[in-house]
Write a protein that binds this ligand. Structure first.
Ligand SMILES: Cc1ncc(COP(=O)(O)O)c(C=O)c1O
Length: 397
């Protein structure tokens, strides 16, 4: 029998939530059902909440640094869930993974250098590269038969011709939902090694894989691939703790780590928040059962969307995800242009999704939807989409 109730609706309005309270600020309206940012609507189990509250209730909030108990909790999680361990001096605690990407770019590349991504991809990658004065090089993922694959020829060709210094890997991939196979990862790792390319492996979604898939941590590919590796991960996605502002940047190579540390110090960042530190320790030691049930629940949400689209909206195509709680919907059979699609989603369906155009220029007829919410919200969103598409089809007939 299920121990946790993921059906429960929590009213998050009035909590300064960017998902639920910032409609007027970001969208100029307050009538949209938010399913955009990667932030879940589930409450953590009591035992984790109690540990966070306990850390806050001491009443003294001085500077805090991760000690050996923190590393022990990371290693417990990494070992039991993903089969690897880290040494304590490899770990640098940061407020977020994107912060870590920015520091890594500054530490390991020069202004004007090329940094490669695989679009369509999580949009802060390109923004962070550009705003640090580096060049974005895109190894566009191939969209064939409704799924995404890596164009390896282009991958290597671009690394050589553009003199790429760093590759930001999204694994599992947001938004296309691929969980890369060992073969795919090894191919990329070999090419990067051959051309001395740093790899920032963003594995923030590593705990979200559907039941027939396995996440392969980049670090498990072999010792020969770790000397230019930076891993970004965090409990913030798995346990919805982004508001606690803590992530782990893991750098096995001492020279790379030293370069990273120098720029991190220059940024002025010091210590992490107490609640974040205790939140991670608690989640990583006590959260496994809750996560397993939650993954099953999300798989149920996915099935609900899949069945609904098949039966009622066959022109909206679900790109079958292998991981993450974000789904990628293809509207190319239904609409011709992205402004029309935005009108349909926002004005007619009253949904707040992430438009495909922000993930890459070839994805303007896609939408990313966050399905980490109670089933009722999924049903409501599908109903709103259905009504909107019906009225759109009536209007355009
Ligand atoms: C691939 C990826 N990396 C990083 C982040 C954000 O991480 P953080 O809030 O730790 O910067 C997200 C959030 O959605 C993400 O999807």
């Amino acid at each position: 029998m299920a121990k946790y109730n993921f059906d429960e609706i929590h009213d998050r309005r009035g909590t300064n939530s960017i998902k639920w309270d910032m409609g007027p600020k970001y969208m100029g309206r307050d009538d949209l059902l938010p399913m955009w940012v990667a932030d879940m609507d589930f409450k953590l189990p009591d035992e984790i909440i109690e540990d966070i509250v306990k850390s806050a209730s001491r009443g003294i909030y001085g500077y805090t640094d991760p000690g050996e108990d923190y590393i022990k909790s990371l290693n417990y999680w990494f070992k039991t869930r993903h089969g690897f361990e880290v040494e304590s001096d490899w770990v640098i605690v940061q407020p977020g993974v994107v912060f870590g990407i920015s520091i890594a770019i500054r530490a390991l590349t020069e202004p004007g250098d090329a940094v490669m991504v695989q679009q369509p991809v999580y949009y802060p990658f390109t923004r962070t590269i550009e705003q640090n004065g580096r060049r974005v090089v895109n190894n566009e993922l191939l969209y064939t038969d409704g799924g995404y694959e890596i164009d390896f020829e282009d991958f290597e060709e671009k690394i050589i011709s553009e003199n790429v210094k760093m590759f930001i890997l999204c694994s599992p991939h947001n938004p296309v939902g691929r969980v890369w196979t060992r073969d795919e990862l090894l191919k990329m790792a070999r090419i990067c090694k051959e051309h001395d390319v740093y790899v920032f492996a963003d594995e923030i979604h590593f705990d979200f894989v559907y039941s027939s898939y396995t996440h392969i941590p980049y670090i498990s590919l072999g010792r020969e691939f770790t000397d230019r590796l930076i891993i970004g991960t965090s409990a913030s996605k798995t346990f919805n703790m982004a508001g606690l502002q803590i992530a782990n940047i893991i750098i096995p190579d001492p020279e790379v780590r030293e370069k990273y540390r120098k720029v991190n110090t220059a940024s002025g960042y010091g210590q992490c928040a107490i609640t974040g530190l205790y939140g991670v320790m608690s989640a990583y030691t006590k959260g496994a059962e809750w996560l397993d049930e939650m993954l099953e629940y999300i798989e149920g949400n996915l099935a609900c969307v899949r069945n609904f689209l098949k039966e009622k909206l066959p022109k909206v195509h679900l790109v079958e995800p292998e991981g993450t709680y974000l789904i990628w919907l293809d509207f190319t059979e239904l609409v011709q242009d992205h402004k029309e699609l935005e009108k349909l989603i926002v004005d007619k369906a009253h949904l707040w999704l992430d438009p495909g155009s922000i993930f890459g220029s070839r994805s303007s007829l896609f939408e990313r939807v966050n399905i980490a919410c109670p089933r009722l919200t999924i049903v409501q969103a599908m109903d709103q989409l259905y009504e909107a598409v019906r009225s759109y089809c009536d209007d355009t007939m």
